[in-house]
Design a protein around this ligand. Structure first.
Ligand code: JHZ
Ligand code: SAH
Ligand code: ZN
Length: 406
């Protein structure tokens, strides 16, 4: 296996065994074998990019039945509204501005742009979510963004002031084509802004469930800067974000077009000091993760032996890694509650744990709730205070296995 960015040698540091497609929720009657692949992660010895060793074909993950909805969290809706407002007040404040969003999903971010009457285009290959965006008044093109699509957009719409992507760029193995496309599409002086889970946070919190089929890359400022450099871009800003368990928003511009903010050098220096890309750091992470697996399985088997009930909360894509790596099935967690319509009434991939609507949580409350959507803990605990009042206890496994009494 060679690095997807620079063809350098990859050093494998973690292995999660066979895994299903994380967002492929199974119909109960479907007894066919699920697609699976070896989920293993490596770091490039040259450019430091952390990446999966195996690639799942993109059409298997992103299609008309793709279930994830950006609008499923109030905190995320507010996050995207404030980002859109900021873009409108800055990069999109000139005459006839144009913004393109890669992976616009159900249009949560672009809805604010559309409401402001600003020219925009969302690009997303998942037809179901793209239809929801269109229903909100967002202009959307159902396609995988890549260099040829960028050239086509340029021809029909003209150059973009901003290309934006949230939780999408790290999903795309073919970044060379993306970078070429964005370079073609941006006007001179335009910016490419994207935000994704941050390697530094993943290592610090041992949040190994951020590793699954869709998350092909785990970015750092160091690896993003190197990737950008290879395509004539410069990393001109970084901003740490609290959402999704810790992310970084990167801003790229054509080399020499903008003065990098001091935050860039600071984050690069912090990554160097923390030896983020050092195989020893990454192997220590893998050891910690094996400990979390043992602790979680011990806790759940102990609770079952005592006759306590444990239900899952949030049928996240992340939970696929937890469940299938730890070997947790319906015997330990009989069902998971989730607010996403397209996941309800189905079985979680691999583990085959049934997914029910949020109303099932209270009827009756379990003794313990295993919080797979730990990144939304504050929002969820605030709306589920009745669970705590009924004596319920949350189980979290990030940054270690621990109990929270609401
Ligand atoms: P959440 C997905 O990951 C996939 P997931 C993807 N690869 C990615 O990077 C991120 O999103 C952005 C439910 N829920 O956000 C909704 C409730 O039931 O952690 C979701 O199914 N009640 C693109 O799936 C899940 O939990 C609630 O109150 O790991 C949360 O999924 C809330 C707030 C959520 O992302
Ligand atoms: N930006 C949203 C959605 C993230 S889900 C948010 O942060 O909540 C990731 C989205 O990327 C999915 O809707 C998926 O269909 C889309 N996607 C995957 N590959 C893509 C590509 N090559 N071009 C554009 N979108 C893509
Ligand atoms: Zn490399």
């Amino acid at each position: 296996m060679a690095c997807r960015i620079c063809s350098g040698r990859l050093h494998r540091f973690a292995d999660f065994g066979r895994q299903p497609i994380s967002d492929a929720f199974v119909l109960p009657g479907d007894t066919g074998e699920e697609f699976s692949f070896d989920l293993a992660v490596g770091v490039c010895e040259d450019c430091t990019m952390v990446q999966l060793l195996n690639e799942v074909p993109r059409e298997r993950m992103f299609h008309d039945g793709y279930p994830y909805l950006s609008s499923g969290s109030a905190v995320m809706r507010e996050h995207f509204r404030s980002l859109a407002d900021r873009l409108l007040a800055t990069e999109l404040a000139g005459p006839d501005p144009f913004v393109v969003e890669l992976g616009c999903n159900d249009g949560t971010m672009l809805a604010t742009i559309a409401a402001a009457g600003v020219r925009h285009l969302g690009v997303d290959p998942s037809g179901g979510v793209a239809d929801l965006a269109a229903a909100r008044g967002v202009r959307v093109r159902k396609d995988f963004f890549e260099a040829a699509v960028a050239a086509d957009i340029l021809a029909f719409e003209g150059p973009a002031d901003v290309v934006y992507a949230a939780n999408t760029l790290c999903h795309i193995p073919y970044l060379d084509s993306i970078m070429k496309g964005v370079a073609t599409l941006l006007r001179p002086g335009g910016v490419f802004v994207f935000e994704d889970p941050y390697l530094g946070d993943i290592l610090e919190r041992a949040s190994f469930d951020q590793i699954y089929d869709e998350h092909f890359y785990l970015f750092s400022a160091t690896s993003v800067r190197e990737t950008a450099r290879r395509h004539g871009f410069e990393l001109v800003d970084v901003e740490r974000l609290p959402v999704h368990g810790g992310e970084v928003r990167y801003t790229l511009a054509a080399r020499g077009a903008r003065t990098p903010s001091p935050a860039v050098a600071e984050l690069l220096a912090a990554e160097e000091a923390a030896a983020l890309a050092d195989p020893r750091t990454l192997r220590a992470f893998a050891d910690r993760v094996a400990g979390i697996r043992d602790d979680l399985v011990d806790l759940l088997t102990g609770l079952r032996a005592r006759g306590a009930t444990v239900h899952g909360y949030g049928a996240t894509a992340k939970s696929a890694t937890v469940l299938n790596y730890c070997g947790i099935g319906p015997d330990l967690v009989p069902h998971i509650c989730d607010s996403t319509p397209a996941k309800q009434g189905r079985l979680a991939p691999g583990s085959r744990i049934p997914v029910r609507g949020p109303e099932a949580f209270a009827s009756p409350y379990p003794d313990y709730a295993l919080l797979f959507a730990w990144n939304h803990a504050e929002e969820i605990m605030a709306k589920e205070t009745a669970f705590r009042d009924a004596g319920g206890t949350w189980i979290l496994y990030v940054p270690d296995v621990h109990l929270v009494r609401g």
